[in-house]
Design a protein around this ligand. Structure first.
Ligand SMILES: NC(=O)c1ccc[n+]([C@@H]2O[C@H](COP(=O)([O-])OP(=O)(O)OC[C@H]3O[C@@H](n4cnc5c(N)ncnc54)[C@H](OP(=O)(O)O)[C@@H]3O)[C@@H](O)[C@H]2O)c1
Length: 311
C-alpha cells in the first residue's frame, strides 16, 4: 500500500493527517480493502485509490498534493517465481523508481520506504560474526545465483531508490525490517505469518530449527511514523527486535496453549538468514523506537491467526 499524507488541521498538539492508500484492488476487491475501510477513523481520514507500481499515472494521481509518501508495496511471494524478472524484480525496482518520480514531480517533502533486512544480511563474503548494521548490503550475485529473487528485488530496489534520490535531491528515509509478525488486519495470511501458521496447522510433525530476527508489525508501523516525523532521521534503519529459533517459538506457543498440537521433531537448519550476533541499534538511539517483547508478538500472531480461522 502507498499512503499519501496531507498534513492539514491540528487537533490539540497533534497533527491530523489525511491519508490516501494506493492499492491495486481498490474499488473492486473487498478482501483487499474491507479491513482498511473498517479501521477506526477511516471514514473521516482515509481514502483508498486504485493504483499500481507499474502504472506511473495512477501513482502520480495518488501522490500529487501530498507532503509525505510511505512506499511499502512490493510483491512478497511465498513460492519460487518462474518469471522473476516480471513478477518480482520489475515491481521492486521499476515500481520504486515510478513512485520516486511521482514524488519528485509532486515535490513531496519526505519519502519513507520499506526495504528489508533481506537487502542487508546476505553477504557470504563477510566473516560470519560481522555485526549487521546499516552499512551492510546483500550480495546481488549470490542472490541471483541462488534464486533468491525477492531478496534480490529488495536489494536492487533500495539501491535504485538511493541512487535516484541522491541525483534528484529527494529526502528519502528507509526502514529495513526483519521478519514481521503480530496481529493481521487482513483475512488471509501474508508470507511472513506463514512461518508461524506452519507450526500451528498440523502440516508437519517436524520443524527446521532455523533462527530468524523477529519484529512486531506495530513496531514497524511506528518506525515508519518516527522516520517521517523525526526531522533529523536520515539514511537506512535496521528494524529488528530479537533472534528467535523455531524451537523457541514452539516453546512460547506451548506455554500459552498447552492443548495445541505442535511439531515435535527438530531438524538441524541448512542455512540461516544472518549469522550476525550483534545488530545495529541506530533506530532505537536516533528515532527512539521501543520494541514490543517478542513473546507478545508471537502471542498476538497466534491469536490473530486463530481468530481468523486460519488453523
Ligand atoms: N513481512 C515481512 O516479514 C517483511 C519484512 C521486511 C520487509 N517487508 C516489506 O514490507 C512490505 C509489505 O510486505 P508484507 O509483508 O505486508 O506483504 P504483503 O502483505 O504481501 O504486502 C505487499 C503489498 O504490495 C502490494 N503490491 C505488490 N505489487 C504491487 C504493484 N505492482 N502495485 C501495487 N501494489 C503492489 C500487494 O498488493 P496485492 O495484494 O494487490 O498483491 C500487497 O498489498 C514489502 O515492501 C515487503 O518487502 C516485509
Amino acid at each position: 500500500m502507498q499512503c499519501r499524507i496531507k498534513i492539514g488541521c491540528f487537533e490539540a498538539e497533534h497533527e491530523a493527517w489525511e491519508l490516501f492508500g494506493n492499492i491495486r484492488g481498490a474499488g473492486d476487491n473487498n478482501e483487499k480493502c474491507g479491513h482498511l475501510e473498517r479501521l477506526e477513523g477511516a471514514k473521516e481520514g482515509l481514502t483508498l485509490l486504485k493504483g499500481d507500481l507499474l502504472d506511473p499515472d495512477s501513482l502520480f494521481a495518488a501522490i500529487d498534493g501530498c507532503s509525505g509518501v510511505f512506499h511499502m508495496a512490493c510483491p512478497v511471494p511465498s513460492y519460487t517465481s518462474t518469471n522473476p524478472e516480471v513478477e518480482v524484480l520489475s515491481h521492486a525496482i521499476k515500481g520504486t523508481l515510478n513512485v520516486l518520480e511521482a514524488c519528485k514531480n509532486s515535490k513531496v517533502k519526505r519519502i519513507v520506504m520499506t526495504s528489508s533486512v533481506a537487502a542487508m544480511a546476505f553477504d557470504l563474503h563477510k566473516p560470519k560474526d560481522t555485526p549487521l548494521d546499516e552499512s551492510c548490503w546483500s550480495d546481488e550475485d549470490y542472490l541471483r545465483e541462488s534464486n533468491h529473487w525477492y531478496m534480490l528485488g529488495k536489494t536492487m530496489g533500495e539501491k535504485a531508490a538511493w541512487d535516484y534520490s541522491q541525483k534528484n535531491g529527494l529526502d528519502l528515509v528507509v526502514i529495513c525490517p526483519s521478519l514481521v509478525l503480530g496481529s493481521l488486519l487482513q483475512a488471509s495470511p501474508n508470507t511472513s505469518s506463514l512461518v508461524v501458521l506452519k507450526l500451528l496447522n498440523g502440516s508437519s510433525d517436524s520443524y527446521e530449527n532455523s533462527s530468524v530476527g523477529v519484529v512486531d508489525v506495530k513496531d514497524v508501523a511506528n518506525a515508519h511514523l518516527l522516520a517521517y516525523e523525526t526531522k533529523s532521521a536520515s539514511g537506512r534503519y535496521l528494524c529488528r527486535n530479537k533472534t528467535v529459533t523455531r524451537a523457541q517459538m514452539i516453546e512460547i506457543i506451548r506455554r500459552l496453549h498447552p492443548d495445541y498440537t505442535l511439531p515435535t521433531r527438530m531438524i538441524e537448519p541448512q542455512i540461516s538468514l544472518s549469522m550476525a550476533k550483534e545488530f545495529s541499534q541506530k533506530i532505537v538511539n536516533e528515532l527512539g523506537l521501543k520494541y514490543t517483547p517478542v513473546e507478545t508478538t508471537i502471542k498476538e500472531t497466534v491469536e490473530s491467526l486463530k481468530e481468523k480461522g486460519l488453523f
